[in-house]
Design a protein around this ligand. Structure first.
Ligand SMILES: [Zn+2]
Length: 508
């Protein structure tokens, strides 16, 4: 097979022993050397394809440590309301789609953020009825944790004034009638059950498009964090990969309710079983699930020898997740558990050291700082703001970090995420806990070696050293010297997965 010699590059190996190099040698899809050009050339011998990197930055292909591939694929078929600044904007976008959709068929929309709307409130069913009276409409909040349904959609979902809230969910109601307003919180599962799923062909086309966007952004491997993942999703991913609709390698987390349903790997190792996903939210004065139930879930997964990934955003949730993991470890110590906290939006005071001692990995989304920063600054009390997405505090305490996009919550754009971690500015330009900024190399590590470590993949990818897969991304120019603005607009110049070029046309 092919011998590849990448030269004239600023190589970031993500290997602490030798972090920088000028060339990389690969044979048959594996790296054989990273070093200077002479070293790499002699490692390969003859019959070499030379790839001139034009002085650009060559680093391991990105790994998205937390995203939701099927939701992201579905979002590409939905009306994008992320730019809406008023309910009228939402209505216009939804109305336009409805006019191109057969009567009675669902109109899906996503991405609104009530604090970004001039109206200062969530849209309701009446707003959506006015825009699309003849179609069931589902409008998903930017967080993915709330939806607004119009009246036809509520009817199809069987939600009315007599409906009771499911555990952890909430039906917002009009007063005094008690009729649902249309806003449903944490009820995605009930709504999913009422909306017709996409047909396989339609879904496969969307997944292929979603995959292309990851590849264009330099990512060749994703960790899917959907809490509903079980046998059905595994079979679907296996089919998508085997039918070439999904060119990414996938680590599929397993929802706690599906504990031990999944095999360890399939599709020739391109589909792997990841950690057990557990959702944890603040709910009123308490948590959902409560501390006892959370401890039981984590202990069960831990006893089964599995890694857990606990969704915890708010301060109390993060503290409870850490405490429950600590209790499970105390009852049954296990050094290389790599239990994860996902998001870690507000770091409780003094907890970073404890997380480091326990060996808990934090997987977060730097892009939230940019895209949701204005909301945080409004909603989080000033004295707590320094602990928002406290990456610097975590890193200095020695906590292992990894990054992801949480797509569809933010776009799969590792370089924009790095810019956000470096710059710590909101969309409106306000500083968001600027003391938590990190340097470019640190944030790039979260998207490569850090993400590999978070899923036990470091023996095969996430760094450039002999023996690992030749998964490489080439960025134009010096990524360590680029301004945040330059990082955001930087296009990946080339991507190679297992030595095969997938995109870009760098100079040969
Ligand atoms: Zn998520």
């Amino acid at each position: 097979m092919t011998n590849l010699l990448f030269h004239n590059a600023r190589v970031l190996t993500m290997e602490p022993a030798r972090p920088y190099a000028g060339a990389v040698a690969a044979r048959d899809g594996r790296i054989v050397a990273a070093g200077d050009e002479t070293e790499c050339a002699s490692a390969l011998g003859t019959g070499v394809e030379r790839i001139d990197c034009g002085g650009g930055t060559l680093l391991p292909a990105f790994i998205d440590a937390h995203c939701h591939l099927l939701s992201y694929a579905a979002s590409l078929r939905s009306v994008d309301c992320t730019a809406a600044r008023s309910i009228a904007d939402v209505q216009q976008a939804v109305g336009e789609r409805a006019s191109q959709t057969p009567p009675g068929a669902w109109v899906r929309a996503f991405g609104y953020e009530e604090t970004s709307l001039a109206d200062g409130r969530h849209p309701n069913r009446r707003d959506l009825d006015a825009a699309a009276p003849g179609h069931p409409v589902r409008l998903v909040h930017r967080s993915g944790h709330a939806s607004v349904l119009n009246s036809p959609a509520l009817r199809l979902a069987g939600i009315d004034s007599a409906s009771e809230e499911p555990p952890g969910g909430a039906i917002d109601r009009e007063l005094p009638s008690g009729e649902p307003s249309g806003l449903l919180l944490e009820m995605e599962r009930a709504i999913d059950g009422a909306t017709p799923p996409l047909g396989y062909e339609e879904l496969a086309a969307s997944v292929a498009e979603a995959s292309r966007r990851f590849l264009r952004a330099g990512a060749g491997c994703v960790q899917d964090a959907s809490p509903t993942n079980g046998r059905a999703e595994w079979a679907l991913f296996e089919r998508l990969i085997s039918e070439d609709a999904l060119p990414l390698d996938v680590v599929l987390m397993e929802g706690i309710e599906h504990l031990s349903e999944l095999p360890e790997s399939a599709a020739g190792g391109r589909l792997r079983r990841g950690p057990i996903k557990i959702m944890l939210h603040e709910l009123g004065d308490g948590l959902s699930p409560d501390e006892g139930e959370l401890a039981r879930m984590i202990a069960e997964a831990h006893r089964a020898g599995r890694q857990v990934a606990v969704h915890a955003v708010e301060e109390r949730a993060v503290a409870a997740a850490a405490a429950a993991i600590e209790a499970a470890l105390r009852a049954r110590p296990r050094p290389a558990h790599r239990h994860r906290i996902e998001h870690c939006g507000l770091l409780p005071p003094g907890l970073a050291q404890r997380l480091a001692e326990l060996g808990i990995v934090v997987v977060s989304q730097p892009s939230f700082v940019a895209e949701r920063g204005d909301r945080y600054l409004r909603l989080v009390p000033e004295e707590q703001q320094t602990r928002l997405y406290a990456f610097r505090t975590l890193g200095e305490a020695g906590v292992a970090l990894a990054a992801g996009s949480d797509a569809p919550v933010t776009a799969p754009a590792p370089l924009a995420s790095v810019a956000a971690a470096v710059e710590r500015r909101s969309a409106a330009g306000a500083a968001v806990a600027p003391e938590q900024a990190v340097d470019r190399e640190t944030a790039l590590r979260w998207w490569t070696a850090g993400a590999a470590h978070a899923a036990f993949l470091e023996g095969e990818r996430g760094a450039l050293r002999a023996g690992l897969r030749a998964d490489l991304a080439l960025l134009p120019g010096d990524a360590l010297d680029a301004s945040p603005e330059e990082l955001r607009s930087m296009r990946v110049a080339g991507l190679w997965l297992a030595g095969r070029r997938l995109s870009g046309q760098p100079r040969a």
